[in-house]
Design a protein around this ligand. Structure first.
Ligand code: SAH
Length: 261
């Protein structure tokens, strides 16, 4: 098997995990929350996680990779239906058409697109009740950060509005081939109970983004980019900075500015 190993391609964010214990730990971090029986793996590479997911036997697994060489390798070495190993770009596929019903998303994600992967998960939160992903440690910390913290930002608020985030464990560079320049971490997203927002979601997203684009300014100043000339900013919440606001505060702020839906 040695001679046909896939050679890592940097531009595709390929860092192959070599430590089987860690691979198993990631694969078994799916809890089944939300009652799904299907799992999508993003970026299986040579299948180090895939093998443990298949072993679990609980789930119908599909995997998508953008690298043809990885896909050919998996087709050759894994005894799963060929149609379940998809050649393509996760950011370009029609996510709901992958499965019928709910599914979890897992992967040692390509770090260059990890934020976009999470935004896609967020968009499809009604069919994705859980996700476990290995990403850059710094991004994992940002996503899991609570308000009052310097690393708390747009991705933290938007994801935490709909998912509970757990920082599961840190992974060191030397367990990858080739070693990445940064440390990694595994996080788990579990869909929370929020199904309704008193304000429009679009306005919530706009408010969070504008607030953090000028994170050192008070919200009164930071939100000027939204052209809110006719909105009263007397409320003391406008004296605060974005990083001081919890998810609930942001919901309240959005309602104050744009009204309820
Ligand atoms: N899971 C493997 C590989 C991780 S490296 C392991 O842990 O060893 C990240 C993988 O994501 C690579 O196989 C790369 O080809 C794939 N990838 C990169 N961009 C992608 C995209 N847009 N859609 C799907 N897969 C992608």
């Amino acid at each position: 098997m040695q001679e046909d190993k896939v050679r890592a391609k940097k531009h595709l964010g390929q860092h192959f995990l070599r430590d089987l214990n860690i691979a198993k730990k990631i694969a078994t971090s799916l809890t089944g929350h939300g009652g799904y029986s299907q799992v999508l793996e993003i970026g299986p590479g040579m299948g180090v996680l895939t093998q443990f997911l298949i072993q679990e036997k609980k789930y119908h697994i599909k995997a998508i990779d953008i690298d043809k060489e990885s896909i050919d390798y998996l087709h050759k070495h894994f005894a799963v239906p060929q149609d379940d190993i998809l050649y393509g770009d996760f950011l370009k596929i029609d996510v709901p058409s992958l499965f019928e019903g709910k599914f979890a998303v897992i992967g040692n994600f390509p770090y260059n697109i990890s934020s976009q992967i999470f935004f896609t998960i967020l968009e499809h939160r009604d069919i994705i009740p859980e996700s476990v992903g290995m990403i850059q440690k710094e991004v994992a910390e940002r996503i899991a950060a609570k308000h009052g913290n310097k690393t708390y930002g747009i991705l933290s608020v938007l994801l935490q509005a709909f998912y509970d985030i757990e920082y599961l464990f840190t992974v060191h560079e030397h367990v990858f081939q080739p070693a990445p320049k940064v440390k990694s971490a595994v996080i788990r997203l579990t869909r929370n109970s929020r199904t309704f927002m008193p304000c429009r979601e679009e306005d919530f997203f706009k408010t969070v983004k504008a607030g953090f684009n000028n994170r050192r300014k008070t919200l009164r100043n930071a939100l000027k980019t939204l052209n809110l000339a006719d909105v009263s900013m007397d409320h003391p919440i406008f004296d605060k900075r974005a990083e001081q606001l919890s998810v609930e505060d942001f919901v309240q702020l959005t309602c104050l500015i744009f009204g309820k839906q």
